[in-house]
Design a binder for this molecule. Structure first.
Ligand code: ASP
Ligand code: MG
Length: 691
């Protein structure tokens, strides 16, 4: 015949109302049932204290329960038994007084079951449970059940005798253990611990409100939680149940149909189980099978360390131990630490997936794809965003794959293919050098697809076209970001927009944004390597546009200047910008070889200019500038001699800088730093994507 052992904790039996829930739960059981009960909550503490006042308060509570639970003749009888127990308690040796809590609660419980017509027997755990002798305990329990006819057995938890026959206890919280002993002795089909929380949770819900129930866990993980401060289960309970192969269910008396935990022989279903604490010691419990793995790469400890640091907590120590982590913090920050660890290990951020259609297959595209892959985990952790590349294209072919592995192997129109899908909320990433792709931007924006671009050619377009694209983004409420088009990863556009947005009138911008010319002008020493040869070197190093004349003619700087100026609110057109190229324009004609030859011929002239500047203590910088005048904005591009006080004087190598003067401030805003490189561009694009 089926036999179940159900243990009820102190709050489950603490009042007449609660006790009625217990009866409902027992009512549903089939076969024989053994009920183990704790003392009503607060009772053990009161009896340990042992003063007259505490005992009297408990007497009142028990009498009260009897009054509510029973009527007439029965009420009198039970009241007499409760009174007798209190008399015995007052006369008992101090050490035994604590054992009366369970005697009282089980006396009332058994009596109530009898009045409900149940065939109930009360078993005296003091005569059956022998401390530290499980075999003897098991045989005594078995004999008692075999020789006592009943459907429901009620037995006090916690109390026992020691090997010398002296009345004793199993330790605070020991009723759980009593239940496991009864279950193991009887080879029970079921062992349930009924408490006042929904099972074992990922953290103590009183400390971490986001804690949730662990539906299944191994004996080892439960033992780990229990022996490191999780009060929901008394640690010694696990061993007898495990030896007998009985699952332990931890259930909630106050939501009997709700969530609960099953502890059993199966493997832990996840890497991390929960977090428990004892004083300033925190135990992050890991899966049982991880306990046997010898090597730890430190990644788990790093993760915990990071979580704590981000919460402003300095851990005293973190060490990997038995599949989990032992963490010591100052007791004053314990709750905060528990919440931080719980957040990092048990709370998934709501994940937002962002689909990306990438156009372009150059160095920046490759760097971006690699970076997205490499940062996926960090990005997910920090932002809750998961980026999925669902489209890729080079100048001839494209591929789409909702699964995240597109191959550009299809002929046809990439943008049409994107538009034919329902892709609201996706982002189109333009990392091409196309001069015409911008013509498709509006269609994408109108379809609800945002645009992230590093392609300057898409914005250095006639102002009317530029404004139409901006308007389409605004009207459709979709992002249009292109920080990367000027100064790579430097936040140049953003700084200007922030000023413009707050009505700080921009008076002038000086942009030293040609990596090529910054490098060449910085290296150029008349009498040393010729200017032409430095240009060749820069070209070979991939520092120039495909045709270095783009840079030297100021064409590339012009694009950047247009973008900067428009960000500042100037409706600048190409024709408004006076460009003074580094050598006269007619030398740019013909083939690239012709150009290099012309540049060699210009060497004396270039050397003279350089020497003239140097003799006055100036450095030569290629500057794109914008200035507000009473007649509107003026703009130009060309060499400027800058004195040591000028921010651009100190630029090194390919560094970029912008110097922005505005109406509010006597001194300029200066942004200076690395201005080139595929990795920088990729990181800037990634930031635009995530913004
Ligand atoms: N009543 C005992 C205590 O409070 C045993 C138990 O509740 O499990 O420690
Ligand atoms: Mg307890």
């Amino acid at each position: 015949m089926m036999i179940s052992v159900l243990k009820f904790g102190g709050s489950s039996v603490a009042s007449a109302t609660n006790l009625s829930r217990v009866l409902d739960i027992v009512e549903k059981e089939q076969g024989r049932v053994v009920l183990i009960s704790s003392a009503i909550s607060g009772c053990t503490d009161a009896f340990l204290k042992g003063d007259d006042e505490s005992i009297a308060a408990m007497e009142t509570r028990h009498r009260d329960m009897v009054t509510r639970l029973f009527t007439g003749e029965e009420r009198c009888q039970i009241q007499q038994r409760v009174d007798a127990l209190f008399t015995a308690l007052r006369n008992a040796p101090k050490a035994e007084q604590v054992t009366y809590g369970e005697l009282l609660s089980t006396t009332i419980l058994a009596a109530k079951l009898r009045t409900e017509g149940k065939n109930t027997a009360w078993l005296d755990s003091r005569e059956l449970v022998v401390k530290d002798d499980e075999p003897l305990t098991y045989s005594k329990i078995k004999t008692a059940i075999d020789t006592t006819q009943a459907d429901i057995y009620v037995a006090p938890g916690f109390i026992c005798r020691d090997k010398n026959g002296k009345i004793s206890t199993l330790g605070r919280g020991g009723s759980d253990y009593t239940a496991a002993l009864y279950a193991a002795a009887l080879q029970a089909d079921k062992l349930q611990i009924w408490t006042d929380v929904p099972g074992i949770m990922t953290a103590n819900p009183k400390e971490v409100s986001a804690a949730r129930t662990i539906p299944r866990m191994s004996y080892a993980a439960a033992l780990d939680m229990a022996s490191h401060g999780a009060k929901v289960l008394y640690a010694p309970t696990v061993a007898p149940a495990m030896a007998a192969g009985i699952d332990i269910e931890i259930r909630n008396t106050f939501a009997s149909e709700g969530k609960y935990t099953v502890i059993g022989a199966e493997k832990d279903p996840s890497r991390w189980i929960g977090v428990a604490s004892d004083g300033g010691n925190i135990r992050l419990v890991g899966a049982q099978e991880m306990a046997d793995q010898v090597s730890h790469d430190g990644a788990d400890a790093d993760r915990a360390f990071k979580a704590l640091t981000e919460a402003g907590i300095a851990a005293k120590s973190i060490s990997a131990q038995g599949g989990g982590l032992d963490i010591v913090v100052r007791p004053g920050v314990l709750d905060k630490a528990l919440r931080a660890l719980h957040r990092a290990f048990f709370q998934e951020l709501p994940v937002k997936e962002i689909n990306l259609f990438i156009a372009g297959d150059g160095a920046v595209a490759r760097a971006l794809i690699a970076l997205i892959d490499q940062t996926a985990e960090t990005v997910k952790e920090r932002t809750g965003k998961v980026l999925r590349i669902v489209g890729r294209a080079n100048s001839r072919k494209f591929g789409l794959d909702a699964g995240g592995h597109p191959q550009p192997d299809r002929e046809g129109d990439y943008i049409d293919a994107i538009l034919s899908q329902a892709t609201q909320g996706a982002l189109f990433v333009d990392v091409t050098n196309s001069e015409t792709l911008y013509k498709r931007y509006i269609a994408l924006l109108e379809a609800g697809i945002g645009i992230i671009s590093s392609n300057r050619r898409s914005f250095a377009i006639p102002y009317a076209d530029y404004a139409a694209i901006q308007a389409a983004a605004r009207e459709n409420g979709v992002p249009l970001r292109y920080e990367t088009t000027v100064g790579a990863a430097l936040p140049m556009l953003e700084s200007i927009t922030r000023g413009t947005n707050s009505c700080d009138e921009i008076l002038s911008i000086e942009a030293v944004v040609s990596c090529t010319l910054n490098q060449i002008l910085g290296d150029y020493r008349p009498g040393g390597e010729s200017f032409a040869s430095l240009v060749r070197k820069a070209q070979a190093a991939g520092l120039t546009e495909k045709d270095p004349r783009m840079d030297l003619s100021g064409k590339d700087a012009l694009r950047k200047l247009l973008i900067l100026a428009r960000e500042a609110g100037a409706q600048l057109e190409e024709k408004d910008v006076r460009i003074t190229p580094i050598v006269p324009l007619e030398r740019f004609k013909g083939s690239l070889d012709d150009f290099y030859a012309a540049l060699e011929e210009s060497e004396p002239e270039l050397a003279r200019q350089e020497n003239a500047a140097a003799s006055q203590g100036f450095r030569r910088r290629f500057v794109a500038w914008l200035e507000k005048t009473p007649a509107g904005y003026q703009a130009g591009i060309g060499i400027r001699n800058v004195a040591p006080v000028h921010p651009a004087y100190h630029l090194r190598g390919t560094e970029n800088a912008i110097i922005v003067r505005s109406a509010f401030h006597p001194y300029p805003l200066v942004i200076q730093g690395p201005g080139e490189g595929a990795r920088d561009a990729a990181s800037s694009i990634l930031n635009d994507i995530l913004r």
